[in-house]
Design a protein around this ligand. Structure first.
Ligand code: 13P
Ligand code: SF4
Length: 300
């Protein structure tokens, strides 16, 4: 009798499928994937693949972004109900309302937004390029949605007139200065690396701030052997694999529960039955593509 892993590998060949997984998915899921990375890296892989099916192990906005970039491909979500809490804090209608107050503002949407929300925005960005994107926009007034923490960070670094939204990631919002100080006491030689979704006062204490993939690259290059990592603890698996002999410490309860819904079994079921397909109407795809394309143009 074949194991779940063997069956998934067989289906991958049969159906010309590729498995992409975010850094926060569980170790068993990451180990099955063809590519594991941050939101930016995953969207680049989705755009470049010649597979017929993309099995996207991540929260739903990530699968939608893959679909926007690869409209002819079948994008399957093993757990379509795995949503990002922050993405649900900003709807297209709410943006339309706020835009009435700031008609001259350029709207920059963090990629952690639904495809529908992206349709009413001007530029997209990820945690890897938010500062770069905002700096390159000719307008000084920016409505930055939905992450208030990333918005504050970009405001401080760019000096632009950033209008903040009140969204946040529950996982990163719960990281407190007290927890960081406690971990520093326990591991006095450790460097602190943080994701920009953390609160500004927490970011100010960090030695390095970056996307999940940038954190990984930083820890690989650093001479230090210990790191306090202020992001979701799924990163531990990738960090340990990529940095042998180094140790990583996380704050308690740094878990994105929806990312953890995805399992080898749910991947297998979705590949067998081709369930969880991301379906977006043509108008949404067309309108949501524009801000994503503007982001990729800036990166080139
Ligand atoms: P990255 O793009 O840095 O992987 O972040 C995605 C995310 O959801 C962080 O909470
Ligand atoms: Fe969304 Fe936070 Fe989970 Fe990232 S960690 S997917 S921002 S809920």
């Amino acid at each position: 009798m074949q194991s779940v892993k063997e069956r998934i590998l067989e289906l991958k060949k049969q159906k010309n499928a590729v498995i992409l997984a975010h850094n926060y998915t569980s170790p068993e899921v990451q180990d099955l994937a063809d590519f594991v990375g941050d939101s930016l890296g995953l969207s680049q892989k989705a755009a470049a693949t010649d597979a017929d099916i993309i099995v996207f192990c991540g929260v739903s906005f990530m699968g939608e972004t893959a679909k926007i970039l690869s409209p002819k491909k079948k994008v399957l979500l093993p757990e379509p109900e795995a949503k990002c809490a922050m993405a649900s804090m900003c709807s297209a209608d709410q943006i339309r309302q706020v835009k009435q107050k700031y008609p001259n503002a350029t709207v920059v949407a963090y990629v952690n937004t639904t495809a529908e929300t992206k349709t009413v925005t001007d530029y997209c960005c990820t945690s890897a390029n938010a500062l770069n994107v905002v700096k390159q926009i000719p307008n000084d007034q920016i409505l930055f949605v939905p992450d208030t923490n990333l918005g504050k960070y970009v405001k401080e670094k760019s000096g632009k007139d950033i209008i903040l939204w009140s969204g946040f990631c529950p996982v990163h919002q719960c990281v407190t200065l007290r927890q960081v100080e406690e971990l520093r006491k326990q591991h006095p030689g450790a460097e602190v690396v943080a994701h920009p979704e953390c609160r500004l006062e927490v970011l100010e204490t960090a030695d390095f701030i970056g996307s999940t993939e940038a954190i990984l690259k930083y820890c690989q290059k650093s001479d230090k052997k210990e790191f306090i990592v202020l992001t979701e603890s799924g990163m531990g698996h990738r960090l340990e694999g990529a940095c042998p002999g180094k140790s990583f410490y996380f704050t308690a309860q740094s878990l994105c529960m929806t990312m953890k819904m995805i399992s080898p079994e749910s991947i297998l079921e979705c590949m067998e039955k081709e369930t969880g397909e991301v379906v977006l109407d043509a108008e949404t795809m067309e309108k949501a593509y524009l801000p994503v394309k503007r982001m990729t143009d800036i990166l080139e």
